[in-house]
Ligand binder design. Structure first.
Ligand code: EPZ
Length: 422
């Protein structure tokens, strides 16, 4: 796996253009199995996870091309209801193909995804929700089998036990083609990526409303049609560059963003005393003054995003006083703390809370990245540290960040990647 070597001590200055959202593009690409006409998706980031999803679509029978951020998907002669296990193991989001494939093929078989470093991550809400929709589901040898029922009930209501992003996307996409049924999903996730998926499906002829609120209503239709759609910008990538600007006490502008999607982060930065300027499609942060410690809870949207939790924690290690970060989405998302503490940070973790005592300066050393967002946190910690930091196992980062080295170098950072995986 890659190493990223970061030379610290440079204040980041300048602007960076934000790419399309990984977590919006993946469920939209999965939903294209419901459409047997041409589909064009624009602003798709060139990332490892996107390529994995496109390989799966090809393997199940779609004709796929991807160039300069534009994905074109043409129907193949047949579509196969089985997702190859070698690819499921690479990316959990491939499980979101399960329900749509059942609708597209009448049956489907998908490997049940395992856990990862941030938590057990079961798919029980997905399976229970699909059963409530009427899909006949059995599990065998680690695979989940699904079959379309003869008839769908006319009215179906399901309340999610937790506002799961993946389960909401799975149920909304599957229900889109349940002709003659009215489906209500309650306690739904409200993330902007859910709204983007609804807008894509409606552009293809679905009848969905309420995404972005905790109640989503779907009126199933017989068929979806080919369409063209542009994916929203990546709010997590944007937040990462803004926080990199703050940890180096620099001035950074992110462009091509939807500022509303960043509200929870910008509120936290305001509380820290960071100067924040919001433009129509841009946000600027300036962190030259003395910063204040904060208490933040990572929660489902519109709460503070769990994907920025490790990155904000890295910043708070350099803010004098005691900050507290609570993680309310994943049960094991502080796996990176020991690594940052190797750089001299003072973080204690107890009962899903990190207690952070700010220090003057982190020191560069060798550290290990357990997942995508932790890798980003360790790389930006290296930017604020004395000397050089070598982040091992850094390849994770290329699953979530497009053109990372180019973008950071444009802001004045200095980092090297071995071997070059970008
Ligand atoms: C999505 O994961 C994102 N991934 C994650 O981003 C993000 O951290 C997460 O939402 C929360 O915002 C993609 O969009 C591809 P959940 P997802 O279902 O859908 C539990 C990144 O770095 N749960 O909202 O898997 C689960 O274990 C990634 O880009 C069940 O118990 O998240 C977790 O504790 C990491 N049973 C909580 O709910 C279920 O059936 C939230 O998970 C489903 C979820």
């Amino acid at each position: 796996m890659s190493q990223i070597i970061v030379s610290g001590g440079k204040r980041l200055q300048g602007s960076v253009k934000i790419s399309g959202s990984k977590n919006a593009a993946l469920p939209i690409l999965a939903a294209t199995v419901l459409i047997d006409e041409s589909v064009t998706i624009k602003n798709v980031p060139e990332l490892r996870d996107v390529n994995t999803m496109l390989s799966i679509l090809q393997r199940i029978g779609k004709k796929v091309s991807f160039e300069h951020g534009v994905v074109r998907i043409e129907p193949g002669d047949i579509i196969v209801g089985t997702v190859p296990y070698d690819l499921v193991g690479k990316m959990r989001a491939s499980f979101n193909l399960f329900g749509p494939l059942v609708m597209a093929c009448g049956w489907a078989k998908v490997g049940k995804p395992g856990g990862c470093n941030i938590g057990q991550r079961p798919v029980d809400y997905h399976i229970e929700g699909l059963k409530q929709l009427g899909i006949k589901i059995t599990e065998e040898h680690g695979d989940v089998h699904g079959e379309i029922p003869d008839m769908f009930k006319s009215h179906i209501e399901y309340t999610l036990p937790f506002r799961s992003v993946g389960a909401t996307e799975q149920l909304m996409t599957t229900a889109a083609l349940m002709k003659g049924s009215k489906i209500v999903i309650k306690n739904a996730a409200k993330e902007p990526e859910i709204v983007d998926l609804q807008n894509f499906l409606n552009k293809a002829g679905a009848r969905i409303s309420g995404a972005g609120t905790d109640t989503i209503r779907i009126e199933g239709v017989e068929k979806l049609k080919g369409t063209e759609y542009r994916v929203i910008p990546d709010r997590i990538e944007a937040g990462t560059y803004l926080l990199a600007g703050v940890i180096t006490r620099g001035t950074v502008i992110v462009e091509d963003v939807v500022p509303d999607h960043l509200t929870a982060l910008l509120n936290a930065l305001n509380m820290m005393g960071v100067k924040v300027e919001i433009g129509k499609n841009s946000v600027k942060v300036e962190a030259s003054g003395k910063l204040k410690p904060v208490h933040v809870s990572a929660e489902p949207y519109p709460g503070f995003p769990t994907d920025l939790q490790p990155i904000l924690t890295a910043v708070l290690t350099t803010v004098e006083g005691e900050s507290v970060i609570e993680e309310l989405v994943f049960e094991n998302r502080f796996g990176y703390v020991d690594e940052i503490n190797r750089m001299g940070a003072q973080i204690k973790v107890k009962d899903r809370r990190a207690y952070i005592k700010g220090i003057d300066k982190l020191s560069g050393t060798d550290i290990n990245a357990p997942d995508i967002r932790a890798a980003a946190a360790l790389v930006i910690a290296g930017m604020a540290a004395d000397g050089e930091t070598t982040v091992h196992n850094a390849g994770h980062i290329f699953r979530g960040y497009e053109k990372l080295r180019e973008k950071f170098m444009a802001l004045g950072a200095y980092l090297r990647v071995y071997p070059d995986e970008e």
